[in-house]
Design a protein around this ligand. Structure first.
Ligand SMILES: C[S@@+](CC[C@H](N)C(=O)[O-])C[C@H]1O[C@@H](n2cnc3c(N)ncnc32)[C@H](O)[C@@H]1O
Length: 231
């Protein structure tokens, strides 16, 4: 397992390998809430009375900011006893020290972050399964390339968080095989959201059966994509 090679700019992580930011330097948490939570309508769906479990797959765990925000939302809104399965695949995990430093910016998630950091200290290559929040959240953190990991997954997904660096900087991740496996693991009403509006992503998702909509992007990004699997 190879750890990420990052530097800190104004207390924000920056990937030296990919030459890209981990999240918006305007406000990473607001970006998560706008792009991924609103883009997948997670508030409304988590608060639905008949929900007993929900599965998310994320491409690129990074600092875990999306996970922390989604986990907190789940604990606040989901019906009593309902279970969240959050699967995140990460090729180059942050070191424990870098992860802790990033989390210090979000004291509102201190409880779930504390639990995560204890597990993360024992991170190993391949599958890491963490039972958290008294069993209400299971995080599967797979330290692997998404394109190697996703063929092994059989879990049907309710929402996709497509985070990965910009397609222009990380073309290896945004390949047709990713979109084909997304379709294999989706049901009608499975949603996706992503910060990018790159044509390769829009066309790849449309080609595999997703209805793709463009929206105003967050911060400096002009547009983003979200949508639903219809086929
Ligand atoms: C923009 S960052 C993710 C930000 C993250 N969601 C957060 O909240 O910090 C993109 C992440 O995708 C990971 N990544 C890039 N290519 C990948 C691949 N092919 N498979 C798995 N992870 C990948 C990077 O190592 C990086 O951590």
């Amino acid at each position: 397992m190879q750890f990420s090679n990052i530097k800190w700019i104004n207390n924000n992580p920056y990937s030296i390998d990919y030459n890209d930011i981990y999240f918006s330097t305007d406000d990473g948490l607001q970006e998560t809430e706008y792009v991924f939570i609103q883009g997948n309508q997670l508030k409304q769906r988590f608060a639905s009375h008949d929900i007993s479990h929900f599965t998310i797959i994320e491409t690129g765990f990074g600092t875990g900011l999306n996970f922390l925000a989604v986990a907190a939302l789940w604990l606040a809104l989901a019906p009593v006893g309902a279970k969240l399965q959050y699967i995140s695949i990460e090729k180059y995990p942050l070191t424990l020290a870098d992860l802790s430093r990033a989390h210090a910016s979000w004291p509102q998630f201190a409880a779930i972050s504390h639990e995560l950091l204890q597990h993360y200290a024992k991170l190993k290559a391949g599958n890491n399964i963490y039972n958290m929040a008294a069993g209400l959240i299971q995080l599967t953190l797979q330290a692997d390339d998404i394109l190697d990991a996703i063929p092994q997954i059989s879990q049907i997904v309710d929402a996709w968080i497509l985070d990965g660096f910009a397609p222009a900087k990380n073309p290896d991740m945004w390949r047709p095989a990713l979109f084909e496996h997304m379709a294999r693991l989706s049901h009608t009403n499975t949603t996706f959201a992503t910060f990018t509006s790159a044509g390769v992503v829009r066309r790849g998702l449309q080609a595999t059966g997703f209805d793709v909509k463009k929206h105003a992007g967050f911060g400096k990004k002009r547009e983003m994509l979200s949508g639903v699997f219809i086929e």
